[in-house]
Design a protein around this ligand. Structure first.
Ligand code: GDP
Length: 371
């Protein structure tokens, strides 16, 4: 990678090779007297924070820095990809600082969802990973839903301290920051009129009226995200674009469902019952006999069973691993969640033995039903 001087904004080495990496500037920008990287350019001219991915080491340095401050840490996760959203090491680094957990993309959840259960589930998942957030706020950064509630909670919980916003890439952190900047002018949010005086790559500062600031940190890449296993085009195909509509499959034991070519659900044993699928509305779902499923998968992976699109893409996926679940008879429904893809709900009227096949690294787990 060739470097051509440093950015006048943040000081990072300029490179023209990879637009996703820090320090990128288009060739055309090099002729200018003052060269700044694309990220700083966008911030300066559009008040727009572009996502930037950075290496784990750099990120750990930032996290480490947060631990030695007195601050409120706002961690943003994607409700559909909790595992892939997880910032490993955060509990260790935040020290005694309080944490506000933000679940983004609430606009995609089906209408009849119980949001309290979503929050309870997030609390539980966070606790399992050693994090005890003060509160959980569910928002849609894209639709601008509950941003006011988020800002109110930040105001209450920060108690005069700085605020650090952290999250892995793709959770919608940039969309959220942009939403905050655009929707709430200086007066309402107490952001001063010049929002970005000290722009550096490692954190972006939004000054608050009391002399404190909101800092946005770059997203870190989490390899557990399904998005790192498939192409960007395929990722777009599995990412819900609008509110999810459930699809009901009456299954008998000995039947399987393929969710595109990214997961397979085997109904191994139990009485006939509905399997309610919540995935992107356009994702192709293929029903077959369990005894045939291996063969179908081998023959059609990447062709009929897409995404992944193409046999090459199918071969490039991590090998599938099995996750076994025993759903008991219960008054509550149960969801089996396939991180980044969606979930299947079993109503609990009957018991069921279910095996889910998914690429290694994709987390598959059970929770109390959200509906
Ligand atoms: P970042 O890497 O965390 O900064 O994520 P971005 O802000 O770039 O968003 C990642 C993707 O999620 C983009 O395709 C956004 O359009 C999408 N996105 C962000 N917020 C929302 C949201 O509230 N709802 C939905 N449906 N999509 C969102």
């Amino acid at each position: 990678e060739q470097t051509i001087g440093t950015c006048a904004g943040c000081g990072i080495a300029i490179q023209t090779e990879d637009a996703k990496k820090p320090g990128y500037a288009p060739e055309s920008a090099l002729g200018r007297k003052v060269v700044i990287c694309q990220r700083c350019y966008r911030i300066k001219h559009y008040n727009e924070v572009a996502p930037v991915a950075m290496g784990d080491d750099d990120f750990l340095k930032i996290l480490d820095g947060i631990g030695s401050t007195e601050s409120l840490v706002v961690m943003v996760v994607d409700i559909f990809d909790f595992q892939g959203s997880w910032l490993r090491g955060l509990p260790r680094f935040v020290g005694k600082n309080p944490i506000l957990l933000v679940g983004n993309k609430v606009d995609l959840l089906p209408r009849n969802i119980n949001l309290n259960r979503v929050r309870n589930w997030m609390q539980h998942e966070a606790k399992e990973r050693g994090l005890r957030p003060e509160d959980i706020v569910l928002i849609s950064a894209q639709k601008g839903q509950h941003i006011d509630e988020l800002l109110k909670r930040i105001g209450e919980l920060r108690k005069g301290r700085d605020v650090y916003i952290v999250g892995v890439t793709n959770v919608g952190k940039s969309t959220m920051i942009n939403r905050i900047l655009h929707d709430y002018g200086a007066a309402e949010l107490m952001i001063t009129t010049s929002p970005f005086p000290g722009t550096t790559l490692d954190k972006i500062e939004i000054p608050l009226e009391d002399g404190r600031s909101i800092y946005d940190t770059p997203g870190i890449i989490n390899r557990d995200q399904i998005g790192h296993m498939i192409s960007p085009a395929d990722l777009r195909k599995i990412t819900p674009k609008s509110r999810i509509n459930s699809k009901v499959y009456q299954l008998e034991d000995g039947q399987s469902l393929f969710l595109g070519g990214l997961a397979r659900i085997d109904f191994v044993r139990g009485p006939k019952q509905p399997f309610v699928i919540y995935v992107d509305n356009d994702l192709y779902i293929h029903r077959t006999k369990l005894e045939k499923a291996d063969e179908v998968q081998q023959k059609h992976h990447g062709t009929l069973l897409v995404p992944p699109t193409g046999e090459e893409a199918a071969k490039a996926l991590p090998p599938f691993v099995k996750h076994s679940f025993k759903v008991k008879q219960s008054q509550f429904s149960t969801d089996i969640v396939i991180s980044g893809l969606g979930w299947v709900t079993l109503q609990g009227r009957y018991e069921a033995n279910v095996v889910v096949h998914a690429p290694k690294g994709v987390s598959v787990g059970m929770r109390r039903g959200l509906i």
